[in-house]
Design a binder for this molecule. Structure first.
Ligand code: SF4
Length: 280
């Protein structure tokens, strides 16, 4: 089987930073004394390794022992969550990606400037849940169908997007919003270029192969979006997490396979998968 790799794939700087911060926190506070508020990144294999090194995880701030340090993951957290952690006396280790932090600051600033903030993103994604905490009553819209119900009438709208959304999708949503009679619309580009580059490389690779493999956590928004874009190119696409999930029927009758990976997928997962694929 011939295998081609996407020119841009795998770990982004935000994920690398978050892992380094988690490892440094374990060195400072000791194994067992750092609790991540949810998975540090959306990748089970990496999270498993950090757990083995002594990082604990909890979705509930209230049950974390105040003697421990709490790690804010790359997706960030709302100011209300940070305040609750401080009130409980927890030491905070902040691994929020700088680009997510920028989106948080933009939302706060748009509100201060008098805009009603609209965020294009998945309302259930932890990044979005955190970012919208930086202004009151932020409207979150995901797909076109949400527009009619969710978009309020306000004269001045300030628009941002979830960092991992595709520019094409965000542009379509903005075009829909602009069809409505808002007096002023301010758009701040909060998309992550790391994600955009991976999406463009995946789409380009689709033209050279007859099956695409997108590696990464099934709960990873940027990986799911990349798989969706590959499917949109009309290419047979499999979104899987590791080499164990590769089955012969996926490549039956195919000659060239393309491989890419989400921003939270480490290079060793990609290498292991490629080895297995090449051996077929
Ligand atoms: S994908 Fe982009 S926004 Fe998300 S952690 Fe990586 S660099 Fe940061």
């Amino acid at each position: 089987m011939q295998v081609r790799l996407a020119t841009s794939r795998g770990f982004c700087f935000g994920v690398e930073d978050a892992i380094e911060i988690a490892e440094a926190a374990l060195e400072t506070h000791g194994p067992g004394n750092v609790v991540a508020l949810g998975p540090v990144i959306h990748n089970k294999q990496v999270v498993g390794k950090l757990e083995q090194a002594g990082l604990n995880q909890s979705g509930e701030l209230e049950i974390i022992d105040p003697a421990k340090a709490v790690l804010i993951r790359s997706h960030g957290a709302s100011p209300e969550t940070i305040a609750r952690a401080q009130q409980r006396g927890l030491r905070i280790v902040d691994a929020t990606c700088v680009l997510v932090k920028r989106a948080q600051n933009v939302v706060r600033q748009l509100h201060e400037e008098g805009y009603h903030v609209v965020m294009i993103g998945d309302p259930n994604h932890p990044e979005v849940r955190g970012v919208i905490g930086y202004a009151p009553n932020v409207t979150v819209i995901d797909r076109g169908a949400d527009l009619e119900q969710a978009l309020p009438y306000r004269e001045r709208l300030g628009i941002v997007a979830q960092t991992t959304h595709s520019p094409v999708h965000v542009a379509e949503m903005i075009a829909e919003i602009l069809k409505r009679p808002y007096r002023e619309v301010k758009i701040v580009n909060t998309l992550c270029l790391e994600v955009t580059r991976r999406q463009e490389a995946a789409v380009a690779l689709c033209a050279e192969v007859d099956v695409m493999f997108v590696l990464g956590g099934l709960n990873s928004a940027n990986t799911r979006e990349m798989a969706r874009l590959c499917e949109e190119q009309g290419r047979a696409t499999y979104h899987i997490e590791t080499a164990d999930q590769l089955e012969p029927h996926m490549v039956a009758g195919r000659k060239v396979a393309g491989v890419t990976a989400g921003a939270s997928t480490p290079e060793w997962v990609i290498a292991e998968f490629v080895r297995k694929l090449e051996a077929i």
